[in-house]
Design a protein around this ligand. Structure first.
Ligand SMILES: *Cc1c(COP(=O)(O)O)cnc(C)c1O
Length: 403
């Protein structure tokens, strides 16, 4: 809401006037001592909640051994993390980065280089979808294609052709002699928790196979358990050739990764890409610890159970407050609540009840609890939502009466 006039941080974020000093599971403790139920998870990052003991132990142990040694040398723990990610996915190879945008950059480079290495450097264009979000670097911003983010930063980087989500004819028309691949989120997060039908993804896979294109699934937000499976595409029954990951991969420690099949990554030879910090030992240690927890039997059953519970309870709140809420959407614990009132007002009203949520496109409020959220915490969140809706309804009545 308000930001400090004396802040020396580049004012690119509209920060809420609320600071936190500690986190415990699904809870954040503010500098004023108040407890907030955190259904943002740091924008789908803290998948195992705040300060999960297994992650804390992994980070503390690594901190006493080795922090950084660059990619000049071998990384046994990085090898192990890459092998584990490949074992649980379609991929053969992994590049480690530090963020979602960087993992995306690697995906774009792999896709372009794939064709160049085959003698077709003219095939560099990537088809993307309206409502997408792929990051804030110049290339990923061009892929995102959102006018409000591109404004003022010069001509957007060339090489992306955007079509409406779910429009197969538009995709077919956009494919030309310069097309290299198709890039899509299995479920759009920032765009408003928007999904395309499963059949659409199957058709994209078929198109890519027929035309020799690479299929890239941006699972930066949906990946690492958020939708109730380790990767969202498992539910679609379609596998990509390239898949950037980040957000929940390090459970709060910055790490990104770009996964690819050996065939897709065939052009990536020594010197063709790099990163100073990518695969940093601290990040790798924590990501290995995240996998330890997520790969335990029953982890995703819990996520699916909590998902069902949350969706059912949200639906009943919608029934009680149709003047405030319109619709619940999403998969797993990437849940969107489409509001009737401005979504920013709902986020503010929820914060007044000490429940933290995140806005998204299409007037949607995202509910992103940690994947370890309990039934009691979901009940608590829903009660707070109910109270926030009652407060918002009251505001509306007052406004109507004043008119
Ligand atoms: C958050 C996000 C990104 C960008 O990740 P950063 O770590 O912020 O660079 C890219 N793609 C998707 C789908 C995301 O949700």
């Amino acid at each position: 809401m308000t930001k400090s006039a004396t802040s020396h941080l580049l004012p690119v974020f509209a920060r809420v006037d609320l600071g936190f000093e500690r986190g415990e599971g699904a809870w954040l403790i503010a500098t004023n001592g108040e407890r907030y139920l955190d259904f943002t998870s740091g924008v789908a990052v803290n998948a195992l909640g705040h300060c999960h003991p297994h992650l804390v132990a992994a980070l503390q142990e690594q901190a006493t051994k080795l922090w950084h040694m660059s990619n000049l040398f071998k990384s046994p723990d990085g090898e192990r993390l890459a092998a584990r990610l490949c074992e649980v996915s379609f991929a053969d190879l992994v590049f480690f980065a530090n963020s979602g945008a960087e993992a995306m950059e690697c995906a774009i480079k792999i896709t372009r280089k794939y064709h160049a290495a085959k003698g077709n450097p003219e095939r560099y264009r990537i088809i993307t979808f309206e409502g997408a979000f792929h990051g804030r670097t110049l290339a990923t911003l061009a892929a995102t294609g959102s006018a409000k983010y591109l404004e003022g930063f010069g001509p957007p980087m060339d090489g992306f052709d955007q079509v409406p989500l779910g429009d197969l004819d538009a995709v077919k028309k956009a494919i030309g002699p310069h097309t290299a691949g198709i890039l899509i989120e299995p479920l759009q997060g920032e765009g408003g928790v928007r999904a395309a039908p499963h059949a659409f993804f199957k058709a994209l896979r078929q198109l890519c196979d027929d035309k020799g294109l690479l299929l890239i699934f941006d699972e930066v937000q949906t990946g690492m358990g958020r939708t109730g499976e380790l990767f969202a595409h498992k539910r679609l029954g379609v596998t990509p050739d390239v898949m950037p990951l980040a957000k929940a991969l390090g459970g709060g420690f910055p790490i990104g990764a770009c996964l690819a099949t050996a065939d897709a990554a065939a052009g990536m030879t020594p010197g063709s890409h790099g990163s100073t910090f990518g695969g940093n030992p601290l990040a790798v240690a924590v990501a290995n610890a995240v996998l330890d927890v997520m790969l335990k039997p029953g982890f995703f059953e819990h996520v699916q159970k909590m998902s069902l519970l949350l969706k059912q309870k949200l639906a009943s709140v919608i029934d009680r407050h149709p003047d405030v809420l319109a619709e619940v959407r999403g998969e797993g614990l990437l849940i969107g609540l489409k509001a009737v009132v401005p979504s920013a007002d709902l986020v503010t009203a929820l914060r007044a009840q000490n429940l933290l949520t995140v806005g998204a496109g299409e007037n949607v409020v995202r509910f992103l609890p940690p994947l370890i959220v309990t039934e009691t915490e979901i009940e608590e969140a829903v009660q707070r939502l109910d109270r926030a809706c009652t407060a918002l309804s009251g505001d509306q009545l007052k406004r109507a009466a004043g008119r």
